[in-house]
Design a protein around this ligand. Structure first.
Ligand SMILES: C[S@@+](CC[C@H](N)C(=O)[O-])C[C@H]1O[C@@H](n2cnc3c(N)ncnc32)[C@H](O)[C@@H]1O
Length: 246
């Protein structure tokens, strides 16, 4: 599914000209995340703000607010959100884009997730929903002023994660900003280091990669030099802000 037609008809739209291709469901989603994203019941179960907040140990408000504040109170120009997120994050992102006269593209590889997001967004939200694989974005280079990647990287096998980061760096303009929020290795004194590790190992087979390695290792070399980090909740979560070089 694509919203491209409705986007191009909207009065505020200055859409770049490219046609998204239908994306195929990656094997890791159907093998490991069918229960969370792919199955029709998954959306019915997980599209609850309190549940997502519970899974994040009560940190959804502070993590989403931190990412949005890092992007800006008003967002003129073009913003990319890589992958849908349960809860109200995208609605709040779109409100900031609307306040700045900007627009938001949201890509996701699952039509069911894009359809769910469409239902959540206000009809006038300046948003375009695009079926695309984050590892193979269809936009030309330097299309966006900024990009947000919220809890996607830990779900992806390493090679896909690396391609996603390369693609995001490619489509954000020089001088633009990339905000990444995801898991990280908790500090030694954080009990979740011992409690949550086995849960992630069981349910999210690629997540512990982010405990063992620095995300910077998968970034294109140019991005590694302009990186700012912030840690949350005893280190269990991290925010990386990348300034794309001019
Ligand atoms: C952003 S992640 C996790 C978000 C977080 N757990 C939440 O919902 O609060 C979930 C989304 O990533 C999408 N996704 C996973 N792999 C993708 C890929 N290669 N390309 C685009 N979207 C992808 C899934 O379809 C799903 O909608």
């Amino acid at each position: 599914m694509t919203d491209i037609a409705s986007f191009e008809q909207s009065p505020w739209s200055t859409a770049p000209s490219f046609a998204p291709l239908p994306a195929q469901v990656p094997y890791y989603l159907s093998a490991h995340y069918w229960w969370a994203y792919v199955h029709p019941r998954a959306v019915r179960v997980f599209e609850r703000q309190w549940l997502v907040n519970l899974i994040l140990w009560g940190n959804y408000p502070c993590l989403s607010e931190s990412a949005l504040d890092e992007l800006g109170a008003e967002l003129p120009g073009t913003t990319l959100q890589v992958a849908c997120v349960y809860g109200d994050l995208t609605g709040r992102l779109c409100a900031r884009a609307a306040a700045g006269g900007g627009r938001v593209d949201i890509v996701d590889v699952l039509p069911i997730q894009l359809a769910n997001l469409r239902r959540k967004l206000a009809p006038q939200a300046p948003a375009r929903l695009l079926p695309m694989n984050s590892a193979d974005l269809g936009m030309p280079a330097d299309s966006y002023d900024r990009a947000l990647v919220f809890f996607l990287l830990h779900e992806q096998p390493r090679s896909v994660r690396q391609r996603t980061l390369a693609e995001v760096a490619r489509v954000v303009k020089p001088g633009g900003k990339i905000v990444l929020i995801d898991y990280a290795r908790p500090r030694w004194w954080n009990p979740l280091r011992y409690l949550w590790g086995p849960v992630l190992a069981l349910l999210e087979p690629f997540a512990l990669d982010l405990w063992r390695h620095d995300v910077a290792a998968w970034l294109p070399a140019a991005c590694r030099r302009a990186l700012r980090r912030r840690s949350f909740f005893g280190g269990l979560y991290q925010q990386l802000v990348i300034s794309v070089r001019e």
